[in-house]
Design a protein around this ligand. Structure first.
Ligand SMILES: [Zn+2]
Length: 278
């Protein structure tokens, strides 16, 4: 059975990013989000976020016709049903949210209190943020119609104009295997690839990938979060390695994160071309 997650929060909460990051830490595809179903603020943002990931929502709207205290009775009913965690998005001392959090704590349910932050960051493309990784199983169709199973496949296919090699890379069973094949290619000019080629191919691949409307919406939903391709495999070029050894001194260049943020800005301005070019 999945987790039960009670959410409660201020009606005035208008910052989706901190909600997304907090819920991401509790994400369970079999879990259920238990909401007081307020049509705005934290309840509405939590429900929209959870549903966008494919999660189930259990709504408990208050019966306002039953008179004063309907909200408090509803909160008590939600807590009585039990939960694994209660997440409270409290701003300006919301009475309703504080009440639910207090009841949950008394019932022995762990309570997490969340505060809005101004510049959150997504450091590592895992879990619900896996779609940001080039290894996510989201297909990319390149100019000419060849369909790659992932952005990683498409990136390595973009290293060559040889259609047979491209098809071989597209047929690789995993992104890791596509990467291995791509790294075996002898490039006509390694210098040009390093200086320009890889940047042009990566931006084209990301454009093609995020021309998908669902993925585009997910990218836009990351708001103003700083996107960092945090990794442990010492990639300081596309990402930022967190190994803390001498091998990776200083901040990573994070080119993948930067291109994703640039694409997000472009999409916001609706400048994204509909034709995918790889
Ligand atoms: Zn490292």
């Amino acid at each position: 059975m999945g987790k039960r997650i009670i959410i409660t929060g201020s009606r005035g909460w208008d910052e989706p990013m901190s909600i997304m990051l907090a819920l991401a830490s509790e994400w369970d595809p079999d879990g259920v989000l238990v909401s007081g179903a307020c049509p705005r603020g934290a309840d509405a943002l939590c429900e929209a976020c959870w549903r966008s990931w494919g999660g189930r929502v259990e709504r408990h709207p208050a019966d306002w016709s039953s008179g004063r205290g309907a909200g408090f009775r509803r909160n008590a009913a939600m807590v009585e049903l039990g939960a694994d965690v209660c997440m409270a998005f409290i701003r300006d001392g919301s009475r309703g949210a504080s009440h639910t959090a207090g009841l949950a704590a008394r019932a022995g349910i762990p309570v997490k209190r969340i505060h809005a932050t101004s510049a959150p960051s997504i450091d590592g493309f895992q879990g619900v943020f896996r779609f940001l990784s080039n290894f996510s199983p989201d297909p990319v169709v390149c100019r000419g119609g060849l369909r790659y199973p992932s952005a990683e496949h498409a990136f390595h296919g973009g290293k060559t104009n040889d259609q047979r090699l491209r098809e071989r890379i597209a047929a690789a069973p995993t992104p890791r295997e596509a990467k291995r094949l791509g790294q075996q290619l002898s490039l006509s000019s390694l210098q040009d690839w390093n200086d320009r080629g890889r940047h042009l191919v990566m931006t084209a691949v990301l454009r093609a990938k995020f021309s998908d409307r669902v993925l585009a919406a997910r990218l836009l939903a990351t708001g103003d979060a700083v996107l960092i391709e945090g990794n442990r495999h010492h990639d300081q070029f596309w990402g930022a390695c967190g190994c803390r050894t001498d091998r990776c001194i200083g901040p990573g260049q994070n080119w993948l994160g930067r291109y994703l943020m640039a694409l997000r800005s472009e999409m916001r301005e609706e400048l994204i071309p509909s034709a995918a070019r790889v």
